[in-house]
Write a protein that binds this ligand. Structure first.
Ligand code: F6R
Length: 611
């Protein structure tokens, strides 16, 4: 949610900033801007994608070796040139970019207006800029100290970067709730709200923590606490490489990431899942597994697609380890004063590791003395660092705004966790564990088989590309897959879609069925198959168009349904790993056919770092 870049060194800052903003665009894409210091402070900002800004810069080059840039996902004030970042001091002496929300901006603005400050934008960010000016004017403090003092008056979240005309050898950044990383080069430094804009220059990074402010000069950097105490920060090595954050010949990141799933799932199992006892070792949870196995309740908190993965996890952990599981929207959990008994454990799932609501759930549980374990994809992310222990997905960077490979990697990790807990609790026999392991190990190859049939899914998408509504139905562990299928379609095709447990259809949604309504059924040949087939009959009897995803042998379904997508057979609990692939492909193809911007759907942003 909003991308920040910064550069100080000997390169042309504009090149580094535009390059970085292009890589960060998945965090927000309604406007973009840069500020560059070179004798004077020059700001260029434009509504629209980074491309619009870079075209503008190409025609009118900005030179300078120090600068900041921003790609915006609007919160306060519509996307337009004026609300775009950077925002500048009234005297033009410094410029600031911001990710997050200044929650008390109304009262601050009122106070500053009464003092005579004027505002030209509708953003909360401009209020922070005026506040810094006010602190400077009233105290004569240096810019760094004025920023720190102004931030102490701010409620809400921020990741900010500031450059000043008065000091061409200084880049300042600070964070609270919005991630910032400093990349360390040779006499040069790169700032990013994640690793994407940094990775092609250096792998050495420092993660800023909440409450920290950094002053970067060409000769070095110092990180300070809110109380102005200088800190010794550890230098970390980034594990992703450039190739992973590029499209690699695919039209869209989403398609690349869908196609990568055999490999990303393999990576989520590598060194963790074995054909022999102990079958699963999740290293990151090894020291806490006994605590987790004895929990009388596991509460899983997550948002969006990660929440759907959590629902699949609920089925798997309850069935295989016999521990009661509850799945909560992270955004609700924090505000309903959750009752957490001593023996509860909280598990959070987040691809980005930066989702504000999920982070708030971590803090809520920790404030009640409950251990929190994380399943994250982004190494070094805030949630990964704030949780008490956890497991990485190792799925590689996910750039497409619609999550795909993260979902399957999350489900893979949850399946392994369920098996590990099962083993520790002696729920399954050795033979059963071996069998589940065998099925899980076979999943990457089976996903490849589904992907090999993508062409036939494209043909179905061509038929339904103009439909205005879709229904997705599934049962058991495939109910969350129905939700995920509907979410994917909504997100990237802007087609209204709803997911339901198949049996719930008769309690309402059946009223929607007519010949214009495509209904996607996940009808696996498992314990609920006959019941799902009855639901299909009910839809067909009302002229609905059925697309069935199944592993059942050719037969009844083929005569009953308009379209049948066949997927391989696995054990019932692991079917979501296969059944979700056609869901991803249907939404991808429909979005492409409808001319939608697949990787940057309207109004969305990857990594939702505001509440
Ligand atoms: C959907 C999607 C979102 C995210 C949600 C949580 O395709 O990407 O629904 O799943 O914003 O994000 P993370 O997993 O980063 O916490």
């Amino acid at each position: 949610m909003c991308g920040i870049v910064g550069y100080i060194g000997e390169r042309e800052a504009a090149d580094v900033l535009i390059n970085g903003l292009t890589r960060l665009e998945y965090r927000g894409y309604d406007s973009a801007g840069v500020a560059i210091v070179n004798g004077s402070l020059e700001v260029r900002k434009k509504k629209g994608k980074v491309k619009t800004l870079s075209n503008d810069l190409a025609g009118n080059v900005l030179r300078g070796k120090l600068g900041i840039g921003h790609t915006r996902w609007a919160t306060h004030g519509p996307p337009n040139d004026i609300n775009a970042h950077p925002h500048t001091a009234s005297d033009g002496s410094f410029a600031l970019v911001h990710n997050g929300i200044i929650e008390n901006y109304t009262s601050l603005k009122e106070r500053l207006t009464n003092q005579g400050y004027t505002f030209s934008t509708q953003t909360d960010t401009e209020v922070l800029v005026r506040l810094i000016e006010d602190v400077r004017n009233s105290t004569g403090l240096s810019l760094g100290k004025a920023i720190r003092q102004a931030l102490s008056q701010v409620q809400g979240t921020y990741g900010i970067a500031v450059v000043s005309n008065d000091d061409p050898d200084m880049l300042i950044a600070a964070r609270k709730g919005s991630p910032l990383i400093l990349g360390i080069g040779d006499g040069e430094y790169f700032l990013g709200s994640d690793a994407a804009p940094i990775i092609e220059y250096t792998r050495k990074v420092v993660y800023l923590n909440d409450g920290e402010l950094i002053i970067v000069r060409r000769s070095g950097f110092t990180v300070y606490t809110v109380d102005n105490i200088a800190l010794d920060k550890a230098i970390h090595e980034l594990e992703w490489d450039l190739e992973q954050i590029e499209k690699g010949g695919y039209d869209h990141f989403m398609l690349k990431e869908i196609m990568e799933q055999p490999a990303s799932i393999q990576n989520a199992m590598r060194g963790r899942l074995f054909k022999k006892a102990p079958y699963v070792v999740l290293g990151g949870l090894f020291d806490v597994i006994d605590k987790l196995k004895d929990a009388d309740r596991i509460i899983i908190c997550a948002c969006g697609t990660s929440w759907h993965a959590a629902l699949v996890g609920e089925y798997m952990i309850e069935a295989l380890a016999r521990i009661p599981v509850e799945v909560e929207y992270a955004s609700e959990f924090r505000y309903r004063n959750p009752i957490l008994r001593k023996n509860a454990a909280v598990l959070v799932i987040s691809q980005s590791g930066e989702t504000a609501d999920t982070l708030a759930a971590v803090k809520e549980a920790q404030s009640q003395g409950i251990p929190v374990y994380g399943i994250c994809n982004t190494v070094g992310s805030t949630i990964a660092r704030e949780t008490d222990a956890g497991v990485y997905l190792h799925a590689g960077p996910e750039i497409g705004v619609a999550s795909t490979k993260a979902f399957t990697a999350q489900v893979t990790v949850l399946a392994q966790l369920a098996l590990m807990l099962s083993n520790r609790r002696n729920v399954l026999t050795d033979k059963e564990l071996k069998n589940y392991t065998k099925h899980l190990l076979a999943i990457p190859g089976q996903i490849q088989q589904v992907l090999d049939g993508a062409e036939s899914i494209l043909k179905i998408a061509e038929i339904y590309r103009y439909a205005n509504n879709f229904l997705y139905l599934g049962r058991g562990p495939n109910f969350p897959v129905a939700l995920e299928g509907a979410l994917k379609l909504k997100e990237i095709s802007y087609v209204h879609a709803e997911g339901y447990p198949a049996a719930e259809m008769k309690h309402g949604p059946i009223a929607l069925i007519d010949r214009f309504m495509p209904v996607v059924f996940i009808a696996m040949n498992d314990s609920s198959y006959d019941k799902v087939v009855s639901n299909i009959e009910e839809v067909v009897a009302r002229d609905g168009n059925v697309i069935a995803v199944t592993d059942a042998p050719v037969g009844h379904l083929d005569t009953l349904c308009q379209h049948v997508i066949r997927i391989p057979t696995t054990t019932e609990l692991f079917t979501p790993l296969l059944s979700v692939i056609p869901m991803q492909l249907i939404s991808y193809y429909i979005a492409v056919l409808r001319g939608c911007h697949v990787d940057q759907p309207r109004n969305l942003a990857k990594s939702v770092t505001v509440e």
